[in-house]
Design a protein around this ligand. Structure first.
Ligand code: NAD
Length: 460
């Protein structure tokens, strides 16, 4: 064990003591932490943008759109709703329990662990931290070491703004995380791939710690036969190229009816010209691939179909052009693994029903998209596709609604957060009943008689 990991047990002990003495309980403290987080983001916007430019060449506009604006809106929403969320929630007491009052009383869990992924390295550690603090927990944050500049910046900024007695940042890679996961947490929220998700869940099982797993998957985008192709192409292109496709809810592949395929490809080409110009590899509005390993993995997919648009790449700068592939077989790697990059297979189908069957034959995705003008198609899609999140006639935009819970289902994850769902995720919803001492109805007590049983059944 290194020096760094030696300190984990004492760090946990201190956090637990601080939690037990009630440091994080007062709503005033929680509000102050949320306010401090907003201030941290505002006062260091340039530094954050610089770190994200180093790690991912993230354009400033995408730093705001994909990371900061979401955090500001979650913070605002939590500040406004905090009193309502923390209040006891009264529930109905049936006749047999009367006279009494029953309610659900949210209480903080204790010390929670938040593990982020590298693709939105600010947002993915802070957006779970908002509900964790709003719910009154202490937290350990583990940013992804793969976005190294941003992880270092988070480790520097968080102790300056947030209460160090309640929030700790742990930096490190596999060795450190393995050791960290041996500690007992009261909840773990992990964002990343399924492989490590299993490692996290296994470690959590040792302590019977509940987990939230925010995983990925292949999010389909279905273009119905009557869809507005110009709008669909524009929105789809934006959602696929944002952060160079390294977005967990990016449309992974497209299913389009046969006769509209070429029209769609040409519309995507027009949008790419309008957004990134002709020399897309050099566009300052287009991020790079995080590292050489992911770059090589993505280049490997280019052989899985015919390049209809793009296909160029630059090893030196780790950039891959937005690329559309056709002629991709369902058995190819690109259709079996999450792409997580700017390569878009377009697959032809004969009908919406065939598209839905295609999606349903695969693991449940994190997001699913449908472009259509038809209310019937919309209804059929919403009712028959099981997915974490779903959006009609756009992509990604549900992220801007704090009242929509966010999270996967099946292989795309378990447990949701954002808004109240996040608050509840980091709370124990304690069930409380207060009985009145009088009158005492004695039919539940022995000695049991037929008469008492008859009455019990009647009160049911
Ligand atoms: P990653 O490599 O950054 O790993 C995530 C975390 O796991 C990091 O903190 C890392 O330090 C830790 N880790 C890595 N190996 C470990 C090990 N052996 N033991 C313990 N901890 C370990 O991220 P990734 O896995 O490349 O993330 C990409 C995936 O995340 C994609 O599938 C994407 O769809 C998904 N994702 C999901 C969401 C969401 O909100 N649902 C958001 C972003 C990304």
């Amino acid at each position: 064990m290194s020096m760094e990991t030696d300190r984990y047990p004492s760090m946990m002990k201190a956090l637990r003591e601080n939690f037990d003495r009630g440091l994080t309980r007062p709503l005033g403290w929680r509000r102050a932490q949320l306010g401090a987080m907003a201030r941290m983001l505002r006062e260091n916007e340039k530094q954050i943008a610089r770190a994200l430019a180093t790690d991912l060449a993230k354009p400033d506009q995408e730093v705001y759109l994909g990371e900061l604006s979401l955090l500001f809106s979650e913070i605002r929403h939590a500040q406004r709703q905090l009193r309502r969320w923390t209040r006891p929630r009264r529930v109905h007491t049936p006749l047999v329990g009367q006279p009494a009052r029953s309610w659900v009383q949210p209480e903080p869990l204790g010390v929670v662990l938040i593990m982020g992924a590298w693709n939105y390295p600010v947002q993915l550690v802070l957006s779970p931290l908002i509900p964790a603090l709003a719910a009154g927990n202490c937290a350990v944050i583990k940013p992804s070491e793969i976005a190294a500049a941003t992880a270092a910046l988070m480790a520097k900024l968080i102790p300056r703004y947030l209460d160090s007695n309640a929030v700790k940042v742990v930096e490190g890679a596999v060795e450190e995380t393995t050791e960290l996961l041996k500690q007992r947490f009261d909840h773990i929220l992990y964002t990343g791939g399924a492989h490590v998700g299993r490692i996290v869940m296994r470690a959590a099982a040792e302590h019977l710690t509940p987990v939230t797993l925010e995983l990925g998957g292949k999010s389909p985008c279905v273009i119905d036969e009557d869809a507005d192709l110009v709008s669909a192409a524009r929105r789809l292109t934006w959602g696929k190229c944002l952060n160079a496709g390294q977005t967990c809810i990016a449309p992974d592949y497209v299913l389009v009816t046969r006769d509209r395929r070429d029209e769609l490809i040409s519309a995507i080409g027009d949008e790419l010209d309008a957004m990134y110009g002709k020399d897309r590899l050099k566009s300052g509005d287009y991020a790079k691939i995080i590292n050489r390993r992911h770059f090589d993995r993505l280049i490997g997919y280019l052989d899985d179909g015919e390049v209809a648009i793009g296909g160029q790449y630059d090893e030196g700068s780790c950039r891959i052009e937005p690329t559309v592939l056709t002629g991709v077989g369902a058995e190819n790697d690109i259709m079996r693994e999450e792409i997580f990059g700017p390569i878009l297979p377009i697959i032809e189908v004969d009908s919406l029903e065939e598209a839905i069957a295609f999606v349903r034959q695969r693991d449940k995705p994190l997001a699913a998209y449908l472009f259509t003008r038809s209310r019937v198609s919309e209804r059929v899609f919403v009712e028959s596709v099981s997915t974490g999140n779903l959006c009609i006639n756009d992509v990604l935009m549900f992220m801007s609604v704090p009242e929509l819970p966010f999270g996967g289902v099946g292989m795309s994850g378990m447990g949701q957060y954002h808004g109240k769902a996040g608050f509840d995720r980091f709370s124990h919803l304690k069930a409380v009943m207060k009985r009145s001492r009088f009158p005492e109805i004695t039919i539940r007590f022995p000695p049991y008689t037929d008469f008492k049983l008859r009455w019990l059944k009647r009160l049911g």
